[in-house]
Design a protein around this ligand. Sequence first.
Ligand SMILES: O=C(O)CCC(=O)C(=O)O
Length: 402
Amino acid sequence: MQAEEDAEFVGARVEAGLRAARFSAPPSSEEFAASIEPKNVPAVFRGVLKGSAASPRWDPLHGGLDYLLEKVGPDVAVEAMMSSTGHVFYGDLRSHERVSIPFSTFMHSCKSYLGHLNAASDSSKDKGIGEEPTCSGEMCSAGLEISEQLYLAQVSILNTENKERCSLEVLKEDIQEPIFLKGKPFSSINFWMSRAHMRSSTHYDPHHNLLCVVAGCKKVTLWSPSASPFLYPMPVYGEASNHSGVSIEEPDYSSYTRAKYMKEYSERVVLNCGDALFIPEGWYHQVDSDDLTIAINFWWKSRIMTEMLEHMDAYYLRRILRRLVDTEMNKIVQKNFFRHAKENNGFQPTDKELRGSEQFNLHNEVKSHDTSDKKGARDTSDKKGAADTSGKKVLKRLTKMT
Ligand SMILES: O=C(O)CCC(=O)C(=O)O
C-alpha cells in the first residue's frame, strides 16, 4: 500500500496534453520560454541542481545541518508553520498558524531527530527489524511534540515585493538558478524544510513556480485548473481562497460528492534530490515531504499576469464565462445527440465520446432536462433549444464550481 502511494501515477481522466513532460537534460532558457512555459503544463527536470552549491553543502546526512547552523548564525528568527493537526497542513487556516522561532532551534531539533534515526537504524540492523524513531522534546497540549508540528515552509531567501521578510537572505550565496531560468525576474525564492514527514495542503499559487529538491524526496500530486470542481476551492473572498476545502486525510464524500473523482484527475510525480518541477500558476498541488527534506522554490509572474491590464478585467471575466458556458452547452447537446441516436438507431457511443459530457458529473442537469425533452426533440436544432433552456442552470452551477 505504502509502495503504491510512493510511486508516480497518472489518473485515467487526465488528458494526454495535460500530463507532466519529463526532461532528463535541462532545456535552454530560450526553449523553456518558447515551448515549455507558455503551455501551462507541469514539467519535471531530472538532476538540474547538480551544479548548485546548495545540494552537497545542505545535505542533512552529510553535515548539512551544521553547515546551515553556521551559515545562518544563531540569532536569526524565521517564521515557521505550526499545525494543530500533527504533520498535516490543511487549507483551513484555523488549523495552522505562523510562529516565529530561532532558525537554530529548528536545526538543533533536526539534529536530534537525525541522531535518533541513525540510532534506530543501527539498532534495527542489530535486531533485524525496523523501528520508529522516538524523540524527547517539548510537548504541546495535544500530546504532540512541538517540533513535530513545525514546518519551515516558504521562508524567504529573496523577496522582491517585500524585502523586510527576507530572513534567510544569506543562503542566496549557495543558490544558482537552473540554467533555463536565467534572467527571470523572480518575485521570490523560498526555503522549505521538514524535520519529519510533512503533508502540505492542496492549493494553487498565483505565480509560476519551479520547486527544486535539494535534499530528501517530495511526492507532488498535481491537478490542472480545469479539475477545480472536484477539489472544492475555498470561497474566493476568504483568506485561504487558493486552497481546496476537501480534507486530505479523511475526505467527506457525502458533503463533497465530486471529490470522489479527484484521484482520476490527478498526476503524482516523485522528486528526488536534484530534481525540479515546473508548476504553472493556477495548478493545484499537494506535497508530501520525507524526513529531513530541503527544497527551494523560485516564483515569478507569468506573462499573462504581467500583461493583464486591470481595465480589461471585466471583459476577460465575461469572455471566460462565455467559454465555460459554451463548453458545458456543447457537452449537453452532445450527450443528448448520442442518447437520441441510440434510441432511434441503436447507435452506441464509445466511452471516449461520452467522457467529455460527463466530465463535470453533469448527468443531473442532463436528467432534469431529459424530462422536459420527452415531448420529442428529434433533430439537432431541437436539442440545441433544449440545451439553451438549461443554460441558466449551467451558469449557476459553473459560478458555484469555479
Ligand atoms: O513543498 C511543499 O510542502 C509545498 C511546496 C509548495 O506549495 C510550492 O512550492 O508552492
